[in-house]
Design a protein around this ligand. Sequence first.
Ligand code: ATP
Ligand code: MG
Length: 181
Amino acid sequence: KLHLRKIELRGFKSFADKTEIKFKDGITAIVGPNGSGKSNISDAVRWVLGEQSAKTLRGSKMEDIIFAGTTNRKPLGMAEVSLTLDNESNKLDVDYSEVTVTRRVYRSGDSEYYINKSLCRLKDIKEIFMDTGVGIDGYSIIGQGKIDEILSNKTGDRRLLFEEAAGIVKYRTRKQESERK
Ligand code: ATP
Ligand code: MG
């Protein structure tokens, strides 16, 4: 298994102070009122994995991901996000049992990437996640748009999707076949 253990954010969007989110085994749900920063967390995950499109991160320019300040707090000059993944089973092709990938950006626009605190290229980050499903092109992040897409399908189609996931399509098909006889 390849498990996300921890996300650390500093200066990323609404997370001005250093914020650590730890994930135990099983399912973790992040709940909170509108505008409290839930989606900012998934933006942060995409961003570390190399997202280059400000629009995908719901901004107009990359600088928009740096904490912009509030009425009583100054804007920050830098944003940094780290993801720590469990690599006990060596799913990631590196000699560490735990891998931390970090991305940092300054208002000048320069991004720096790190693997276990060593400066690296974005290419290195992309390479370690290749074929793992985790990378920016993987299926590990399903955005709100995708959910809307599923929910806006015709009810029949939606039902099929749930039946498929539940593995019960075969039973319904058999029932229909027997009723036809
Ligand atoms: P919803 O339930 O509506 O989806 P949410 O919990 O997903 O809400 P987010 O979209 O993650 O909320 O957070 C939006 C908040 O983040 C807004 O209040 C916005 O002002 C703040 N925000 C975004 N970018 C920055 C930034 N660069 N600096 C400071 N705050 C920011
Ligand atoms: Mg949201």
